[in-house]
Ligand binder design. Sequence first.
Ligand SMILES: Nc1ncnc2c1ncn2[C@@H]1O[C@H](COP(=O)(O)OP(=O)(O)OP(=O)(O)O)[C@@H](O)[C@H]1O
Length: 342
Amino acid sequence: MPVIEVDNLCKTYRVVQRSEEGLLASFRGLFRRRYKSVQAVQRISFEIEPGEMVAFLGPNGAGKTTTLKMLAGLIHPTSGSAQVLGFTPSERSNEYRRRFALVMGQKNQLWWDLPARESFRLHREIYTIPTSQFESVVGELSDLLSLGDLVDQPVRELSLGERMKMELVAALLHSPRVLFLDEPTIGLDVVAQTQLRDFLRRYNRRHEVTVLLTSHYMKDVESLCERAIVINHGKIVHDGSLAAILNRFSQHKILKLQFLEDAPEEVGRYGDLLEVRGPVARLRVDRAEIATTLAAILDRHRLEDITVEEVPMEEVIAEVFRSGEFQAVSPDETVASSATSS
Ligand SMILES: Nc1ncnc2c1ncn2[C@@H]1O[C@H](COP(=O)(O)OP(=O)(O)OP(=O)(O)O)[C@@H](O)[C@H]1O
């Protein structure tokens, strides 16, 4: 039985249309406002089973956050229906509030000047979590996230990564069964990103929590999710295997080369040259040719440093859409006829 069931869900925002330029026009606009509709989410449908970790992907403005907000009951759908754990999120029942958590990487809910432990205590009160359960959850999460004494330090003194860990603890105190994660690793350094990912994977395995995750980092989605729902202009254009998308559309890696002197002029012959800045050059190289390309470069040039990076998720997604294969055809025909769809 699915934990999340979304059926023809729509959200249309009504926004004030800017009037023409000029003082008179602005004055007129004060009395006669014009509105336009923004169809942020258009008849999307999907189901998510218990314990699944599903990536929710799409370019900027595609409708991901709007969908998560509807599933968290923060905004009302314009039409269609959503059910999470048998609840209708827009009814905002207290019982539902105790069963899910929404974590937004760009928003924080902890008190800035107080140690995180104080905010956790407030959450304990709000959710009426029994003290023994509270202590055991804080203990477990502190352990999994290696928090040590950080919970007793004012939040403003913590690094971004440490703050994000505290945000996650706060969100998980009431042991939610469903977790909506909106860009949880945004802005974090590579080490903090890896720690959060490892934590989420272990937490999911241990508690079988159902997760819907948006992220612009390919590593996040690759290491956590097997299934991806891809949305573009408010419509679902792919729902199925993530690997199928990545294998098809992420056939390159980025080689970052730091030469001992200025990058040689012929560096572009080793791949698609993305950027040259003094001794540093970035090239896009076919995955299958990374080893031979590196060998050829090392054979001819002296290098200070080499890194091999994944193509950013945005580029992969952009490539998905450029291909035209996953374009929605009409509001009634939103899912691609791809063989990868589940
Ligand atoms: N409160 C709002 N009022 C009016 N329009 C909005 C509002 N929130 C979002 N939108 C519009 O709805 C569309 C979808 O936005 P949404 O934030 O859901 O996209 P997103 O996929 O989460 O994008 P991003 O990856 O940039 O966060 C966009 O066109 C956005 O401008």
